[in-house]
Design a binder for this molecule. Structure first.
Ligand code: IYR
Length: 231
């Protein structure tokens, strides 16, 4: 056991500012948390998109939300690259489908292929043309600062993963759908989007509204006792 008295911050060398959000009474907190969970529970990964346009403002809001993620040493080691250019989208589709043809037909991965069977995915990635936006999250192993100094980043995968989670949640809050698409390998995205070698493509997100006749696999979430163990 440690002392159960409120902690007091110590004197600082670097700038600190007060962080004193109004205390939310726990009844309100639980109600809000429950609503937030129910909202997130409505989210599904979508592979059938409407071509209806989505304003750039929605992508900007989602990336602002991603940008609030915690990150190793606060280095924020991500770049989101967005395009609605049909020519670029179809280049991405062609390259992704070439990778996926190999994945589905030329690689001996029986366990992986059978794990994917319930999703009924295949090498056809029409959504890469149809969704009004493609957004690629890139993970920065190093970041070149404006003064030219190259800074190493820490916990890059964790940091960018959390940022992508915020991005997905923000899109969902706007009624938009996406998919965490990861054609394998994804290095073609660095060429298409002309990104530096210290950045690796992390997730390719088609973004838009679900098609009117969209369907998703009939999946359920794992029960809480499998996700949470209290000791
Ligand atoms: N990249 C392929 C295969 C694929 C892999 C996983 I893991 C998925 O959850 C879904 C698909 C594709 O996109 O079809």
């Amino acid at each position: 056991m440690v002392d159960s008295v409120q902690q007091t911050p110590r004197a600082h060398t670097y700038p600190f500012v007060p962080y004193t959000p109004a205390r939310v009474p726990i009844e309100d907190g639980l109600r809000r948390g429950e609503e937030f969970y129910r909202h997130l529970d409505q989210r599904r990964s979508v592979r059938w998109f409407s071509p209806d346009p989505v304003p750039l403002a929605a992508i900007e809001i989602a990336v602002r939300a991603a940008n609030t993620a915690p990150s190793g040493a606060h280095h924020q080691p991500w770049t989101f690259v967005a395009t609605s250019d049909p020519a670029i989208k179809s280049r991405v589709r062609a390259a992704a489908e070439a990778e996926e043809r190999t994945f589905y037909h030329d690689r001996d991965l029986p366990a992986w292929h059978s794990a994917l069977a319930p999703l009924e995915t295949d090498e056809h990635k029409e959504f890469l043309d149809v969704a009004p936006w493609l957004v690629v999250a890139f993970a920065q192993k190093h970041t070149r600062l404006p003064d030219g100094i190259v800074r190493k980043n820490y916990y890059v995968t964790e940091s960018v993963g959390i940022a992508c989670g915020f991005f997905i949640a923000a899109l969902h809050s706007m009624g938009l759908a996406t998919l965490t698409h990861t054609p394998n390998p994804m290095s073609f995205l660095s060429e298409v989007f002309d990104r530096p070698s210290a950045e690796r493509p992390f997730i390719l997100f088609p973004v838009g509204y679900p098609a009117d006749n969209c369907e998703v696999p009939d999946l359920t979430r794992k029960p809480l006792p499998e996700a949470l163990i209290v000791r």
